[in-house]
Write a protein that binds this ligand. Structure first.
Ligand SMILES: Nc1ncnc2c1ncn2[C@@H]1O[C@H](COP(=O)(O)OP(=O)(O)OP(=O)(O)O)[C@@H](O)[C@H]1O
Ligand SMILES: [Mg+2]
Length: 237
C-alpha cells in the first residue's frame, strides 16, 4: 500500500520540552486516518510537526515519499498538505468573501479561477453564499468551520488535516462537515482527522491511531476499537 504521509520515529516539542517521543504513523493514500487521544496527549503537536509549524527534532516525515521534515510550513503547504488548526484559523474581522479571497490568492495557480472556486464553496456549503459579505466572526461556530474547510481547499491540497473539526458543534452540523470530508476522500484526497472522541468520525475513518503521552499506543480499524481497553473514554461524546 502506498502512503501519502509517513511519520518515522518523530520526536518534537516546544523548546527543550519534548512532547512527541518517537511517533510512527502511516497514512495510506486516499484514506481517512483518525488520530485519537485524551487532552494533552500530543495530537495537536503531531499535526504541528507534520505541517512544519514546529520543528522536528529527530525522525522523518515523508509526504508522497519525499522528506518534508525540516521544511518551512509554506513549502510544505505548497507541496499539497494543509492543516485546519484548532480555532479554525480564519480572520474574524474580515468578511467571508475576503477570507476566501486571501486563501484563493495564496493558493496560486492551483486555486484556479475565482468564480469556479467560489461556486465550489457555495455548492458545498450554500449558507456561506448567503453570508459572503458578513464579518466571519459573526458566523456560527459551524459556519466558521465550513469557512475554514473551504479556505483549506483553495490550493487543491492532496492531504488535509483537521484538528477537532467537530469540537463544540451540534450533531447535525458535524454530520454536514463529515459528509464533506467523505466527499473529499471520494475525490481522492487523503484526510487526517484529530478528534478527542471518535463518535462522529467512526463512520469515516479507515484507520485509527491512539496517542498517549506522545506515543502511539494503539492502531487499528474503528470496528476493533471497542476491544481496546478503556475504549469507552474515546467513544463517549
Ligand atoms: N505552545 C506550547 N508550548 C509548550 N507546551 C505546549 C504547547 N502546546 C502544547 N504544549 C504541551 O504539549 C503537550 C501536548 O499538547 P497537545 O496540544 O499536542 O495535546 P492534544 O492531544 O492536542 O490535546 P487536546 O485534546 O487538549 O487538544 C501538553 O502537555 C501541552 O501542555
Ligand atoms: Mg489539541
Amino acid at each position: 500500500m502506498t502512503h501519502a504521509l509517513e511519520l518515522r520515529n518523530v520526536r518534537a516539542g516546544y523548546g527543550r520540552i519534548e512532547v512527541l517521543h518517537g511517533v510512527n504513523i502511516d497514512v495510506p493514500r486516499g484514506s481517512v486516518v483518525a488520530l485519537l487521544g485524551r487532552n494533552g496527549m500530543g495530537k495537536t503537536t503531531t499535526l504541528r510537526a507534520i505541517s512544519g509549524t514546529i520543528p522536528v527534532n529527530s525522525g522523518q516525515i515523508l509526504l508522497d515519499d519525499r522528506r518534508i521534515d525540516g521544511r518551512r510550513a509554506s513549502a510544505i503547504a505548497a507541496r499539497g498538505l494543509v492543516l485546519v488548526p484548532e480555532g479554525r484559523g480564519i480572520f474574524p474581522g474580515m468578511t467571508v468573501r475576503d477570507n476566501l479571497a486571501i486563501a484563493h490568492r495564496s493558493g496560486g495557480k492551483q486555486a484556479g479561477a475565482w468564480d469556479d472556486f467560489a461556486a465550489n464553496v457555495t455548492g458545498a456549503f450554500p449558507v456561506l453564499g448567503e453570508r459572503m459579505d458578513q464579518p466571519s466572526g459573526l458566523l456560527s461556530g459551524g459556519e466558521q468551520q465550513m469557512l475554514a474547510v473551504s479556505r483549506a481547499l483553495a490550493g487543491d491540497p492532496s492531504v488535509l488535516m483537521f484538528d477537532e473539526l467537530s469540537m463544540g458543534l451540534a450533531p447535525i452540523i458535524v454530520d454536514q462537515l463529515m459528509e464533506r470530508v467523505g466527499a473529499l476522500r471520494a475525490e481522492g484526497r487523503t484526510i487526517v482527522l484529530v478528534e478527542q472522541y471518535l463518535t462522529h468520525a467512526l463512520k469515516l475513518a479507515d484507520v485509527c491511531y491512539v496517542l498517549a503521552k506522545g506515543q502511539v499506543t494503539w492502531v487499528g480499524e474503528p470496528g476493533e476499537l471497542k476491544h481496546m481497553p478503556s475504549a469507552a473514554s474515546y467513544l463517549s461524546a
